[in-house]
Design a protein around this ligand. Structure first.
Ligand SMILES: *Cc1c(COP(=O)(O)O)cnc(C)c1O
Length: 393
């Protein structure tokens, strides 16, 4: 083991030198946007609980009722683990997305691996936005296809990459609908048109758009006026606005059937506990009806952005609950996050490799569970820490 210890020690030393080390903070309790960590109450501006459902008592009740009928699925879906709770959730999701069919996956991460590995082979091409989620990059690796990454949100560059793919293989274009670390929305109509011109399958990851964008929270594709015809496959994850865990692919019937037959991250894993499928189903119904929470969320976004503008804080261009403040260097980002934490605010310090080198940032996320006073208090802390510090220079 001694050479292993040397390697691990050296890697840890480099992480520390670059302020790239990460730390776990254990949440003892959560209530809406309030969390208790190491005995202290913090206001959470780091999570993805956009509608405040993660600690909603209606979901806790749904989990308790579902768990009374048993917990585990006992097998993978295709062996003997596909329960009525799974089938009903798939139907509810297909209805929400106005798509023929849905397929449950253990997580969004597994879902992205499933799509790319199940659909693409060595001769095929995967064209992706440079800022797509890491799971989409990993999926392309698992597929062993060629991966082409176009400059962020540049539909013309995407089209040029699609146009070059005139071999015997096929092309799939994958994009986040809302970008997880930037908060901006992909140029979906332009990307869909490019895919149509080049016979490429368009796949959109709705992780941060589900429940937030579109009528009844149906996501970024619906908000752009598109549907299954233009976007034959979408990923929805249950861990963000739905406040649960798990994921599903929703779309064209032939595409879904092919994934069910071939996607290893679907086939070789135990099905989601049926009790969790029941809770996710309850969350789907709550999220569809959460227009008041979506309105509240929009008010919170507007309040943060106007307050930041008054302070001269350059939030990145985003109209979604993800409101990053670009800092640049790792150590500076970490210091700001620590200073905010000392004042009772939990904000993510996002550093490479999650974002490109030199683009470290505070990732401020908003929820319908935040009160106006929470936003104002965060702004006051930022004024003191960020604006105060730069005026002192
Ligand atoms: C969080 C996230 C995932 C992964 O989903 P999990 O259910 O948490 O595994 C996939 N894609 C994007 C864009 C995400 O933000």
């Amino acid at each position: 083991m001694s050479r292993w210890h040397e390697r691990l020690h050296e890697a840890a030393r480099q992480r520390a030198a670059q302020a790239a080390q990460r730390a776990l903070h254990t949440v003892q309790r959560r209530d809406g946007a309030r969390v208790w960590v190491a005995g202290r109450e913090l206001i959470d501006f780091a999570g993805n609980d956009y509608l405040g459902l993660a600690s909603d008592p209606r979901l806790s009740r749904a989990l308790r009722d579902a768990a009374a009928r048993g917990v585990g699925a006992s097998a993978s879906h295709l062996v003997s683990g596909h329960h009525a709770a799974h089938a009903e959730l798939e139907q509810a999701l297909a209805r929400w997305f106005d798509a023929p069919r849905a397929l449950l996956l253990g997580s969004g991460y597994a879902g992205n691996l499933a799509v790319l590995q199940g659909l693409l082979g060595r001769a095929d091409r995967c064209v992706q936005d440079r800022l797509n989620h890491a799971s989409l990059i990993d999926g392309a690796r698992l597929a062993a296809c060629t991966l082409h990454r176009y400059p962020h949100a540049d539909a013309e560059a995407a089209e040029r990459q699609l146009a070059r793919g005139s071999g015997r293989g096929l092309s799939l274009l994958a994009s986040d609908g809302v970008f997880s670390m930037d908060g901006d929305v992909a140029p979906l109509p332009a990307l869909a048109a490019a895919c149509a011109r080049h016979d490429a399958l368009f796949y959109v990851d709705e992780a941060h758009a589900l429940g937030v964008l579109g009528a009844r929270g149906a996501g970024s594709v619906a908000a752009a006026g598109l549907g299954t015809t233009q976007v034959p496959l979408r990923l929805c994850t249950f861990g963000k606005a739905l406040g649960c865990y798990g994921a599903a692919l929703v779309g064209d019937g032939a595409v879904i059937e092919h994934l069910l037959q071939t996607a290893r991250p679907y086939i070789y894993t135990t099905a989601l506990p049926p009790a969790l499928a029941d809770v996710a189903h309850a969350a789907v119904l709550l999220a569809q009806g959460a227009d008041a929470e979506r309105a509240r969320l929009q008010q919170n976004i507007a309040r943060l952005r106007s307050g930041a503008a008054q302070l001269g804080l350059p939030l990145m261009a985003s109209s979604t609950p993800i409101q990053p403040l670009l800092v640049g260097d790792n150590a500076g980002t970490l210091a700001l996050a620590d200073a905010l934490r000392a004042r009772g605010f939990w904000v993510g310090a996002i550093r490479p490799p999650t974002v490109p080198p030199g683009h470290a940032r505070l990732r401020i996320t908003l929820s319908a569970a935040h009160r106006s006073a929470d936003i104002d208090a965060l702004l006051a802390a930022l004024a003191h820490i960020v604006v105060g510090a730069s005026n002192a220079h």
